[in-house]
Design a protein around this ligand. Structure first.
Ligand code: BG6
Ligand code: MG
Length: 211
């Protein structure tokens, strides 16, 4: 393996929180009489909470919303989402993920998380994943979300790695673009494989070990 570090996206890669984002946004969309579908939800992968709401509002036909109302919607979406997150536990992480993280560490690689989510620390704690990582860069530390490379560059800086020695694992097209813009290697998993836009495509996390 020719990499010095692996930077993992969180949602959709290490844990499967998409369904919780979906349920929380669906409730907010309903209030606004917006028909929010699974397909719409797929477009929210990797993008920030605020940008997600902007995408959802593309279908909105009601009177214009004040900044205060927008803030209120964002806060309530997050509260709904966190109610689901509270129920998460270490059993929400697959054995494949845990074993792979362990092996990568044993092989001397640095490991980091690079996520747009402001709930990253909470999720890592609930699922008992925190200790596997040398550093975490998340939505609370950046001003521009994916496809901007900021979060990945920050992760590389935290672990003292040159971007060209980092491999990013992503399930979002925006994340693959961000990794490319950061000058990092990229492996697509899950939904990001469909666009065939990344350097590697993997079926399961353990496939990283044979790249
Ligand atoms: C990303 C998810 O990881 O985090 C997006 O893929 C989400 O769907 C984004 O919008 C922001 O998440 P949060 O937890 O800060 O609302
Ligand atoms: Mg993701």
């Amino acid at each position: 393996m020719g990499f010095g570090a692996v930077i993992f996206d969180l949602d959709g890669v290490l844990v499967f929180t998409d369904k919780y984002h979906y349920l929380a946004w669906k409730e907010i969309a309903k209030e606004l009489s917006i028909d929010f579908t699974q397909e719409d939800n797929n477009r929210l992968r990797g993008v920030s909470r605020r940008e997600s709401l902007d995408i959802i509002l593309e279908k909105y036909k009601g009177p214009s919303l004040s900044e205060e109302k927008i803030e209120d919607l964002l806060e309530r979406k997050n509260n709904l989402y966190r109610e689901y997150l509270k129920e998460m536990s270490p059993s929400d992480v697959t054995k494949d993920v845990r074993d792979t993280l362990k092996k990568l560490r044993e092989n001397g690689l640095k490991l980091a998380v690079g996520s747009s989510s402001k709930n990253t620390s909470f999720i890592l704690e609930k699922t008992d994943l925190t200790d596997y990582f040398d550093a975490v860069a998340d939505g609370t530390m950046i001003t521009r979300s994916k496809p901007d490379p900021e979060v990945f560059l920050k992760a590389a800086e935290f672990i003292g790695m040159d971007p060209k020695d980092c491999l990013v694992i992503e399930d979002a097209d925006a994340g693959i673009e961000a990794a490319k813009a950061a000058g990092m290697h990229q492996a697509a998993i899950g939904a990001a494989r469909d666009s065939h836009a990344s350097e590697y495509e993997i079926e399961s996390i353990s496939d990283i070990l044979s790249l």
